[in-house]
Design a protein around this ligand. Structure first.
Ligand code: KG4
Ligand code: ZN
Length: 354
């Protein structure tokens, strides 16, 4: 039995998970989210994030071992997220992983955080095949993966475990960042995505203000969200609901307006995703499957838009459930597992890669 302990500390979540490589099963996945600590600042404060990681790491790892009902002696490999992310936060997980690897004489594997997201839809229990095929056979290679979080928005052609190429990515902000920043303008805390989704639902997912969509550059997949953020802000100024020097003008920034802004924003981002995915489907007509991963994949509206387009182009649609969409250590342990199978171990010089 090969047991992998995964450690994830890239940003504002402290995660630990135990993965059984032989059974291909997640035995535990424990996560502590610092959301409450950053909420009042409208975004993640790196210094607070790294201090909180330090406070939590030991207890979260112990909790993950306990939940999996294994002791540290039974663990074979320590897999740790190496980056990209916040240097101070990553450093906590990495030092801890190296410490355990050295003192208990365990093998160590550095895992790219984005690899974790890309392969999160492969986690057993995430998707239960109704046929007799394995998850790998159901999703198949190559496939397309749209990975969207607060730090990135990328469409990948995934050729194998650990092997994928960027088909297109954002040239500025990530889609999650647009949700977070606009939620902040509307007076809400971090993270903005869930509140934007809730408000948009109250407004019926209608496109009230038709914010500008990035124009496709011919047949190229690419994303850009910083112009959209500015367009929403200036539209609010025009409506007398926001002052660039003072902030929100409360009497004009009504609940109805907030719902309409959120709804128009979500529809706009849905359109941008769908337009780019269509271009990718035309570029790679033979791919059979499409996966949607990362924190923004929690969004049911966006999932339904992508599922529709997949049905139209006869592609199988897969997504990870919420607990494996946002940052988690199960995806790190999983990727660590296939790196271990390929003998891609690291030594104690392993460093953060932001
Ligand atoms: O993957 P993740 O946990 O962390 C990063 O690696 O960034 O993603 C966090 C992002 C945040 O921007 C958050 O607003 C967004 O995911 N998010 C959502 C939803 N839930 C989280 N965005 C849209 N709709 C949601 N329901
Ligand atoms: Zn992430």
């Amino acid at each position: 039995m090969t047991l992998i302990l995964g450690i994830e500390t890239s940003c504002d979540e402290t995660g630990a998970a135990v993965y059984d490589l032989e059974q291909q099963r997640i035995l535990s996945s424990v996560i502590f989210s610092q959301i409450k600590e950053h909420e009042k600042y409208g975004g993640v404060v790196p210094e607070i994030a790294s201090r909180s990681q330090l406070e939590k790491i030991n207890s979260i790892i112990c909790a993950s071992l306990q939940e999996a009902n294994v002791s540290i002696d039974q663990i074979d490999v320590i897999a740790v997220a190496q980056g990209p992310g916040l240097a101070g936060s990553l450093f906590v997980g990495l030092c801890f992983a190296k410490g355990i690897a050295w003192s208990y004489n365990k093998k160590l594997v550095g895992v790219n955080h984005l690899d974790g997201h890309v392969f999160s839809s492969f986690l057993k229990g995430v998707f239960t095949p109704s046929n007799n095929l394995t998850i790998e056979q159901n999703i198949g290679f190559p496939h397309l993966c749209l990975s969207v979080s607060g730090g990135h928005t990328s469409l990948y052609l995934v050729k194998d475990f650990g092997s994928y190429e960027v088909v297109g990515q954002t040239i500025d902000d990530a889609a999650g960042e647009a949700f977070d920043k606009i939620a902040k303008v509307l007076g809400f805390g971090y993270p903005g995505g869930p509140i934007i989704e809730k408000l948009a639902q109250q407004a019926g997912f209608q496109d009230y203000f038709h914010y500008p969509r990035t124009k496709p550059r011919g047949q190229e997949v690419f994303f850009s969200f910083s112009g959209l953020k500015t367009a929403v802000l200036y539209d609010l100024v025009k409506r007398g609901a926001y002052d660039l020097n003072v902030g929100p003008i409360v009497q004009n920034l009504t609940d109805e307006l907030k719902q309409q802004v959120a709804s128009s924003l979500l529809v706009c981002i849905g359109d941008i995703f769908v337009n780019n995915v269509k271009i990718a489907f035309k570029k790679y007509p033979n791919i059979k499957s499409f996966t949607f991963v990362g924190g923004v994949a929690c969004n049911k509206y966006l999932r339904s838009r992508l599922e529709l387009i997949c049905n139209k182009y006869q592609k199988n649609f897969f997504f990870a459930p919420p607990q494996f969409c946002t940052d988690n250590a199960a995806m790190i342990a999983f990727v660590g597992g296939y790196k271990a199978l390929k003998n891609e171990f690291s030594d104690l010089t392993l460093d953060v890669k932001i």
